[in-house]
Design a binder for this molecule. Structure first.
Ligand SMILES: CC/C=C\C/C=C\C[C@@H](O)/C=C/C=C/C=C\[C@@H](O)CCCC(=O)O
Ligand SMILES: [Zn+2]
Length: 633
């Protein structure tokens, strides 16, 4: 079911009125695990005589609501619809009179201790062990669990916030801090944002400067290594500005999160959240920061109108990330980065999305699927591959980048659909009639609604990939003695090449004699036990699983418990579920640690396969019934 015309995942009647600004006054209650206070929503009607406001909400305890106009404040009544799993409840506000123009809705409320956007950590769960910690993750549709709102990226608003928290901790938000007093911080976000970019963190945080507009924030124990790992931040920003135009958000700070943060990074404006699994010690995973910086334009300035068009956020961002890599490390590195993305996409389509081919489309149908269930690497990699294909087709970076900048400039502060991009592309390139023949070649249907891998793979420079291929073939197709004798073993691979080589090894249907001895040699050859690189460890524990090494279960589960980044946790559990001897231990471990995971991670790690299969079964039955009905004369 589509909840509204504009957005299948939002109840809001954003075709009738929109939120332009929000004032938040929140008190952080660590003892109750709640936020309490008020949200003032400044509305502008888009048509005359609006009678009701439909908002999104999830488990909010609402104490009062009032409408404020220049004439004064009037209490209003409301109704909370029955909750729908992974969606929340429709919140209907009844306006006292037919309303046009501008007005404010003031809501006094408290969040649930189970608010899906929030994670509350006890002091023991932090590095410093002295203070509790709170953080949020609102994308895609979890903002509704911390504020009643039009929780759709079709609507953008500015916000101010007053944050009251215990005196010994620091509060930060996805905004610029204007002032702080003991136990109170004041924030301002002057650039309109969609609700999914609201963010809050409260904890024992310290700051270290890493550039003219940037600091890294972390717990004291990780601050120095974080500053070192992300020392390229200012250069990433400079390259991104060169590609996309001026940076408008004032500050670009980084926050190194606790290990339970479910994603690699989250592009919260002014304050990107990153997983500590990026702390590899050699900056080899810092391209995630380049990615989050790129979002300052693609996603945060030009935003997908709903999550069916998520590729407009992520595909565009990976495309810019690749360009930053190219400018800083050369085109061979850019192309290797893209080829590595394609390996990840192949793996994702074959494993995570094997039962749901519709989710391999670039533009998906989210009518009966929550965005969290649809999330995959497809919009990232298929999307960026499409843009690279267009760039190559339409004359290379020299011709494409001016168009790209103009697209960003035209749609900044707005929310867009795929057709807006398509029209902008045609408007720009049709200026030169010579482009017509190339424009005609673009098979939009296959790219946007075709399933599976991208229909065209660009002609990438494969020089850095070749070594990975040689190594994976050596290890997959030979016995131990032949491998030991190979001169390849003394060839050095970079961390990223090791990641790709292991990914390729995992891709092979059959690895000859995947024995403990072989894995021991592999470990020694590439110094896997010494590495801090989580991407390498992640792939190596999957090899242990493939080799059915029960004696490595402790190590496998230690990795699964070392962080709750979904990219790592979900495939590990999925593979363990397919190994009958290990499954009971995996289930037991999951049950032990699931309360330390964010709800999105706990929910998608174990249930997803089952739920998807059930939905598919239901869909098939529906189609069968429809067909049967058609046969009835
Ligand atoms: C076609 C997909 C439709 C909707 C998905 C939209 C949002 C999904 C929701 O689960 C939130 C995603 C947040 C992502 C944040 C950061 C990513 O870049 C992280 C990528 C994975 C990782 O590196 O850990
Ligand atoms: Zn992203």
């Amino acid at each position: 079911m589509r909840l509204s015309q504009i957005d299948p995942s939002s109840y809001s009647n954003a075709d009738e009125l929109i939120i332009r600004h929000v004032d938040l006054d929140w008190t952080v209650n660590f003892e109750k695990s709640t936020l309490s206070g008020s949200a003032s929503l400044y509305f502008k009607t888009l048509r005359d005589d609006v009678e009701e406001i439909f908002l999104d909400s999830s488990e909010l305890d609402i104490a009062s609501m009032a409408i404020k106009t220049s004439a004064g404040e009037v209490p209003v009544s409301w109704d909370v619809g029955s909750p729908v799993e992974n969606i929340g409840s429709k919140l209907t506000v009844y306006l006292p009179t037919k309303t046009s123009g501008e007005f404010t809705l003031v809501v006094e409320y408290e969040t649930s201790p189970k608010a899906s956007a929030l994670q509350w950590l006890t002091a023991e769960q932090t590095c410093g062990k002295k203070h509790p910690y709170l953080f949020s993750q609102c994308q895609a549709i979890h903002a509704r669990s911390i504020v009643p709102c039009q929780d759709t990226p079709a609507v953008k608003f500015t916000y101010n916030a007053t944050l009251r928290h215990p005196a010994g901790v620091t509060g930060l938000m996805s905004a610029v801090k204007k002032k702080s007093e003991t136990g109170v911080s004041y924030f301002e976000q002057k650039t309109p944002i969609p609700s999914y970019l609201l963010a809050i963190v409260v904890g024992a945080l310290v700051e270290k400067s890493i550039g003219p507009i940037s600091s890294v924030w972390a717990e004291q124990e990780q601050i120095d290594e974080s500053a070192e790992e992300f020392s390229q931040t200012a250069q990433f920003i400079a390259e991104a500005e060169n590609i996309c135009g001026p940076y408008v958000w004032g500050r670009y700070d980084l926050l190194v999160m606790p290990p339970s943060f479910p994603f690699g990074g989250m592009e919260n404006p002014c304050l990107t959240f990153v997983t500590p699994t990026l702390l590899a010690g050699d900056k080899s995973l810092a391209t995630v920061v380049a990615h989050e910086i790129a979002h300052s334009w693609t996603g945060n300035l030009v935003t997908n109108r709903n999550f069916e068009h998520f590729w407009l956020n992520e595909g565009f961002t990976v495309f810019v990330e690749g360009k930053i890599v190219g400018r800083m490390f050369g085109n061979a590195a850019r192309d290797f980065h893209a080829l590595h993305g394609l390996s990840e996409l192949t793996d994702c389509i074959k494993t995570q999305l094997a039962d749901t081919p519709d989710l391999t489309k670039l533009v998906v149908d989210l009518s009966d699927c929550s965005p969290d269930d649809a999330f995959s690497t497809v919009p990232y990699i298929k999307g960026s591959t499409f843009l690279r294909y267009l760039e190559d087709l339409l004359g290379g970076p020299e011709k494409f980048e001016p168009f790209f900048r103009s697209y960003l400039n035209t749609f900044k502060f707005k929310s867009v659909m795929t057709d807006d991009f398509k029209k902008a592309l045609y408007d720009w390139f049709r200026e030169d009639p010579q482009n017509e023949v190339f424009l005609e070649r673009i098979d939009w249907d296959r790219w946007l609604t075709g399933t599976g891998m991208p229909p065209v793979i660009p002609n990438y420079d494969r020089s850095l990939l070749d070594a990975c291929q040689k190594h994976s073939t050596l290890w997959a197709e030979n016995d131990l003695e032949t491998i030991k004798a190979s001169p390849l073993l003394s060839e050095k691979l970079t961390s990223i090449q090791i990641i790709e080589f292991l990914a390729q090894l995992l891709e092979k249907k059959k690895i000859q004699d995947l024995t403990p001895e072989k894995l021991k040699l592999l470990d020694e050859t590439y110094h896997i036990h010494k590495t801090k690189n989580a991407e390498i460890r992640f792939r190596f524990v999957r090899l242990y699983i493939r080799a059915r090494m029960l004696d490595k279960m402790e190590e496998i589960l230690a990795f699964a418990n070392s962080n709750f980044r979904m990219k790592f946790v979900r495939p590990v559990y999925k593979e363990l579920a397919g190994w009958p001897e290990a499954k009971p231990m995996a289930v037991e471990n999951y049950n032990k640690v699931k309360d330390q995971m964010m709800s999105v991670c706990a929910y998608t790690s174990l249930l997803k396969g089952k739920l998807k299969r059930e939905n598919l079964k239901k869909k098939k039955e529906k189609t069968k019934n429809k067909k049967a009905n058609r046969l009835i004369p």
